[in-house]
Design a protein. Structure first.
Ligand code: GLA
Length: 448
């Protein structure tokens, strides 16, 4: 969940971006602008996101990453090309470490990786998002987090985690990455790198692991190697993603079901605040401790394993057991948000997108007032979104403290949304937000 600065590097892959007249970047599918995709949709019997055009987009990106790999590391040997998505959470925020439900989906944007096994122990990593860092070298022996290792602590963490789980990586590898997940956006660029690395290791070294294992290994690496106490949501959403579906996951049991997202005449729009998270990770761990404290106090009066075990009524009945007012509010969010997520998925099953949107709005209010993880940037994006006709629901998504919001917007309102929310945001905050009309994609894949 730490956010690698996966900048959309205009210099490296400038065809990924195009600016609209309001200077906001609109990216769809694998990172092309909405206008380009619309053109294609019109001239094609299928939608712009259909399999063939999706593959073409993938190909355009990974060809570039492959070319970089060959330039840096040569073209001999067996070279694999891989992709793992980013994710957006529709509802169920800060519930995954409280034994509650989440409802995320994988995106068609994510991380591309080109890799080759080596005969020695050396690791040579390069990111097209951090070209200034050049090739960062280390070894599969004695893997430990190091400040100067920078973003490579993510793939290294996963290699270390495989070892901890009894699958020691004995040989090194060369790896080039490129991510088209926006910078610091809360769309899980680091979990994307983790799952991608696990997927590459499984493929190159033949480890016998499922995609669900890859999610757990990624989370383990994030927790124990990179020191962020995140829940399972991000890695699970990425490893288990399914095009057109969100994943209704019970984080207490890891039982899950895929729910089709059929937004007739509406789009999922991600608004990126461009506020970097900064202290976000320590605040994240602080929220987690506050919930743990509340749980321990509640356990003295009611038999539960996690806050997610409580209904709203049970919480109201027992909340006086929690000593600090701030912890009451944190726990209240965790309990109510979990119940909201269950209701939201039910609403979607009943094709009640309006109710789903209303629950998204309530989720934001709770994250703003009780959990206090929003801030002026995310609040402005959401509150301006709520003013637009045709917005079905809007809320912050991910850890908060900066990052993105997710909105469901009727097709005919998307342009107005971007124009008006964008203008109001820039006026109030002093810099621009970026907008992404996204599509729900599959989990990790070997492309070549
Ligand atoms: C981050 C974490 C997740 C989850 C969300 C908040 O994305 O990585 O595990 O806790 O924040 O819902």
């Amino acid at each position: 969940m730490l956010h690698l600065s996966f900048l959309l590097l205009q210099s490296a892959v400038n065809w990924l971006q195009c600016k609209n007249e309001h200077d906001n970047v609109i990216v769809t599918g694998n990172g092309r602008c909405a206008e380009a995709q619309n053109k294609e949709a019109k001239s094609s019997p299928h939608k712009g996101s259909d399999f063939a055009s999706q593959n073409k987009e993938d190909f355009m990106i990974w060809e570039d990453v492959l070319a970089k790999f060959k330039e840096l590391f040569g073209d001999e040997g067996e070279i694999g090309v891989y992709f793992a998505p980013g994710r957006v959470n529709m509802i169920g925020e800060h519930t995954d470490y409280n034994g509650g439900h989440v409802f995320p989906c994988a995106l068609t944007i994510g991380t591309y990786g080109v890799a080759r096994k080596r005969d020695d122990k050396k690791l040579r990593f390069y990111s097209m998002n951090f070209e200034q860092l050049g090739v960062i070298e280390s070894s599969v022996e004695g893997l430990k987090p190091e400040k100067e290792a920078d973003w490579t602590n993510y793939p290294k963490g996963v290699m270390w985690a495989f070892g901890e789980k009894g699958m020691k990586v004995e040989q090194g590898m060369d790896l080039v990455l490129f991510g088209n997940i926006p910078n610091g956006s809360g769309l899980s660029s680091s979990a994307s790198v983790e799952v991608l690395t696990g997927y590459i290791l499984k493929d190159m070294f033949g480890f016998d692991v499922t995609n669900q294992d890859l999610a757990l290994i990624g989370q383990f690496a994030e927790n124990k190697f990179n020191g962020v106490n995140c829940g399972i949501m991000d890695q699970f959403a990425i490893a288990m993603g399914k095009a057109g579906h969100a994943i209704f996951l019970d984080t207490a049991t890891l039982k899950y079901e895929y729910a089709p997202i059929k937004l007739e005449n509406a789009k999922i729009v991600i608004s990126c605040s461009n506020k970097k998270r900064g202290l976000g990770d320590s605040k994240y761990n602080e929220r987690r401790s506050e919930c743990e404290k509340a749980l321990a106090e509640l356990q003295k009066v009611v038999s539960i394993d996690a806050l997610g075990d409580l209904t709203e009524a049970q919480f109201e009945e027992h909340k006086d057991a929690i000593k600090e007012e701030v912890c009451v509010r944190r726990a209240k969010h965790a309990v109510y948000e979990n119940q909201r997520t269950i209701k939201a998925v039910e609403a979607l099953k009943n094709n009640d997108v309006a109710l789903f949107g209303k629950l998204m709005n309530e989720s934001h209010v709770s994250l703003r007032d009780d959990y206090e993880v929003t801030g002026i940037e995310l609040d402005t994006l959401v509150e301006e979104a709520w003013k637009i006709d045709g917005v079905i629901g809007s809320r912050m998504t991910g850890a908060g403290f900066g990052g993105c919001t997710v909105s469901i917007v009727k097709d005919e309102a998307v342009d107005t949304f971007i124009k008006e929310v964008g203008a109001a945001y820039e006026k109030k905050i002093g810099y621009a937000a970026d907008f992404y009309v996204v599509e729900i994609g599959d989990g990790p894949v070997k492309l070549a």
